[in-house]
Design a protein around this ligand. Structure first.
Ligand SMILES: NC(=O)c1ccc[n+]([C@@H]2O[C@H](COP(=O)([O-])OP(=O)(O)OC[C@H]3O[C@@H](n4cnc5c(N)ncnc54)[C@H](O)[C@@H]3O)[C@@H](O)[C@H]2O)c1
Length: 253
């Protein structure tokens, strides 16, 4: 029995890292996929790979920092598959490996982080929830972070954007739970992906992981994808408005 049989799902940031791992797992579990990213080549290649394995998957080039493109993405999903059952709002960027402190934090970087990591989730939710309400509900997972639960020095844009994602997640759960929409957030800890690879290669960082992560290692994108599959499945039917940390125990300290 597949966990997501025939469910129509949107995944943003699907061309790389956690989004790509989720796309592979969703496909294994029988979902019909609409993959979104600004990375056209990698996104198209992933959709083709999934179709080659017998899954239904299309790629829609989407810049999630633009409301109109998020609306078009949801429209494309409904046009192609007739409904929307699940969404993983995961696209995001970091502030970079060594940003300065808040008083010197570039204003343009702040605007960009908020647009790509937070406004994007608001835009996607608006159109996804509207579509889900037409078919009696659905399940949404937003990618927050351990940085959506606690502060980190030097990365105010990232921390604020991820705290905002948590707030939006709770708001949607409260507003639309009675109509069958579940909305949760996953909070990855330190996960090795193309986004974090350059940082993780620094020895100082590896020493920090050993000292601060109770599981004493970084995590994999697949370990996040497994949580997202569960949250989008009917087995998570009473999970709503919560933040699920997958962080090797980082937040438990
Ligand atoms: N890797 C970690 O340790 C970690 C930890 C906590 C949270 N996260 C979050 O997980 C999510 C995925 O990160 P990842 O590590 O897989 O990074 P990644 O860089 O491997 O993947 C991010 C994807 O998002 C896409 N993207 C960026 N801007 C976009 C835009 N405007 N529109 C559409 N797509 C866009 C990129 O093209 C890329 O394919 C992000 O939201 C990130 O903040 C990652």
């Amino acid at each position: 029995m597949h966990e997501l049989s025939n469910k129509v799902a949107i995944i943003t940031g699907a061309a790389s890292g956690i989004g790509r791992a989720a796309a592979l797992r969703f496909a294994e579990e029988g979902a019909r996929l609409v993959l979104a990213d600004i990375g056209v080549e990698a996104g198209e290649a992933l959709a083709a790979e999934l179709r080659g394995k017998g899954s239904e998957a299309v790629f829609v080039r989407t810049d999630v920092s633009r409301a109109a493109e998020c609306e078009a993405l949801v429209q494309a999903a409904v046009q192609k598959f007739g409904r929307l059952d699940a969404a993983f709002n995961n696209a995001g960027i970091s502030d970079g490996p060594l940003p300065p402190g808040t008083i010197d934090y570039p204003l343009e970087l702040w605007d960009r982080l908020i647009a790509v990591n937070l406004s994007s989730v608001f835009y996607c939710l608006r159109y996804q929830v509207r579509a889900m309400l037409k078919n009696g509900g659905g399940a949404i997972v937003n990618t927050a972070s351990i940085a959506g639960q606690i502060g980190f020095a030097g990365v105010p844009g990232y921390v604020a954007s991820k705290h905002g994602v948590v707030g939006l997640t709770k708001t949607i759960a409260i507003e639309y739970g009675a109509q069958g929409v579940r909305c949760n957030a996953v909070a990855p800890g330190l996960i090795e992906t193309p986004m974090t690879k350059p940082v993780f290669e620094v020895q100082q960082f590896r020493d920090m992981v050993a000292a601060t992560v109770p599981s004493a290692r970084v995590g994999t994108a697949e370990e996040i994808a497994n949580m997202v599959v569960w949250l989008c499945s009917d087995r998570a039917s009473y999970a709503n408005g919560a933040v699920f940390a997958v962080d090797g125990g980082f937040l438990a300290r």
